[in-house]
Design a protein around this ligand. Structure first.
Ligand code: FHN
Length: 502
């Protein structure tokens, strides 16, 4: 490579690392072409294959729960929804602006004196989560406001100081584990009201002392969570974007090692830390930092190539934005069960897990809307289990919906039909070179056989062969439905058509 080109690439790499040029998360990631020395890079092997990671890949659907003091205001101050609901409800403490009451942050920080969720029933949440089809839950132990839902001995700002007193994290961990749902603990590093927290790189002696105390406090809390709740499968980290944390790469590297030593099967996503060059999620050589890519928040990869073979999850809100409880959702678009099915199967078709968020109210109730969604989604996941769990990406696309294929049986293909064709014919295109082609088709939920026939449509010099699945006119489905397609060796005798003279 020419020297000048080399220098330009190096400058671009530095500008990216410094965050001066920003790639869109959804852009295709090009692996850096020059190798950079990285000492604090990835700790685990890429694509771990231990039982914990295998389980992670099979989860399919997860439940996220954002619960904390922000459930009390529920996205509004005295009935006024600041920023018309565009800001996330759990960020209400930081909203400010002309509608914020005086002494708002102080008022917010005292909300713990009111936190007494009289209807909280972790067993009920877990039961409903199972009904929905979730195989793992991510639960907020502590959000950016710093309030701990477990009685941490390293903080006074915890559930133990609230009128409720009891350990909420324990109840959630126990109840979900009992239902066979794996538990991951959400943990925000950033803390808005912690006097030791420093956002920028500590400079003065006082800032350095404070931030060192904060790092030690973070370490203590994480070890405490591991000790208190040994059943947990992993941590879901957040609030790790400030320069102070980014600059602590040596500390975070050792901490990750320590957490993994305590539990070699622990699963941590790519948000926890960065390398010594400030590269987050991926190190400066494009290696994933952690066990799965954790950047798909309220967004979805356009195609599987963008993912580059990494594990990933997509976390999604029901309202456009807002993870904590929202008292009044009037005028907001709430994702429907159909939206969720679409997003779930889109994730699954690209080997990702889909995690749907819920924001219980101050008493521990899910909203009516959330409850209905749980019931409806649960009916769908129950009827279509085989297409959702223990499946892989199938390397063909369909305009009708999403393909998934059974992990262990490469002849069991599923097509989730989102777009039902007007003419009642699903025409599947398979490359002529395919070793396995569709031989039969049936509806997954009731095993009803469907007519499948080879359609030799005679496109000149076509590389595909076509299979038509006939959808009976009287087939009534209110939602997406799944067709199970049995694949096998092709027995089609093809007459070579004359090429068109042009
Ligand atoms: O700031 C948070 C936000 O409140 C919420 O917790 C989401 C969940 O993925 N994460 C952060 C933003 O990335």
């Amino acid at each position: 490579m020419k020297k000048s080109k080399h220098i330009i690439i190096l400058i671009l790499a530095i500008l990216f690392q410094q965050g001066i040029i920003k790639a869109q998360w959804t852009d295709k990631r090009e692996k850096p072409t020059i190798h950079i020395e990285v000492k604090f890079g990835t700790i685990t092997k890429p694509n771990r294959n231990d039982s914990a990671m295998v389980a992670f890949r099979n989860y399919g659907l997860g439940q996220f729960i954002h619960w904390g003091l922000y459930a009390i205001p529920g996205n509004e101050w005295n009935g006024i929804s600041a920023r018309q609901g565009a800001a996330a409800s759990e960020w209400i403490r930081s909203w400010g602006g002309p509608t914020a009451p005086k002494n708002w942050t102080e008022t917010y920080d005292n909300l713990y004196k009111q936190f007494n969720p009289k209807n909280f029933n972790a067993k009920q949440w877990a039961k409903r989560s199972k009904e929905m089809g979730a195989k793992y839950v991510i639960f907020t132990t502590k959000h950016h406001d710093g309030f701990c839902l477990w009685p941490s001995k390293y903080s006074d700002y915890t559930i133990a100081s609230s009128p409720y007193k009891k350990d909420i994290v324990k109840q959630v961990v126990d109840a979900y584990s009992e239902q066979g749902i794996d538990v991951y603990l959400y943990f925000s590093v950033e803390e808005w009201n912690n006097k030791d927290y420093v956002k920028s790189i500590p400079k003065t002696a006082d800032e350095k002392a404070r931030f060192n105390r904060f790092l030690e406090y973070t370490r203590n809390q994480l070890l405490e969570l591991q000790t208190n709740y040994p059943q947990i499968k992993g941590f879901w980290f957040d609030g790790t974007w400030d320069p102070s944390w980014i600059n602590s790469y040596g500390f975070t590297y050792n901490l990750e090692k320590e957490l993994r030593n305590n539990n070699p099967n622990l699963i941590i996503g790519s948000r926890f830390r960065n390398d010594e060059h400030g590269s987050r999620h991926f190190d400066s050589n494009g290696m994933l930092l952690g066990d799965y890519e954790q950047g798909w928040e309220r967004k979805m990869p356009a195609n599987i190539d963008i993912i580059g073979g990494n594990d990933w999850d997509c976390v999604m809100t029901i309202p456009p934005n807002g993870w904590g409880h929202i008292k009044n959702t009037e005028g907001m678009y709430l994702k429907t069960t159909d939206d969720i099915i679409d997003l779930l199967m889109r994730s699954r078709s690209m080997n990702g897990n889909f995690v749907l968020n819920f924001g219980p109210d101050e008493n521990g109730n899910m909203s009516k809307y959330e409850n209905k969604l749980i019931t409806d989604l649960g009916k769908w996941t129950k009827a279509n289990t085989d297409a959702i769990y223990e499946v892989n990406h199938f390397p063909l696309e369909s305009g009708y919906g999403y393909y998934t294929i059974n992990k262990t049986d490469s002849t069991s293909l599923f097509l989730t039909v989102i777009n039902r064709p007007m003419n009642g014919i699903l025409r599947l295109a398979f490359p002529k070179s395919s070793k396995l082609v569709p031989l039969s088709a049936s509806l997954l939920d009731n095993k009803h056989n469907l007519i499948l026939k080879n359609a030799n449509i005679g496109f000149d010099r076509d590389k595909n062969i076509y299979f038509d699945i006939i959808i009976p006119k009287n087939l009534k489905y209110k939602r997406a439905f799944v067709i199970k397609i049995k694949l096998g060796q092709s027995n089609i005798l093809e007459n070579k058509l004359m090429d068109a003279k042009i």
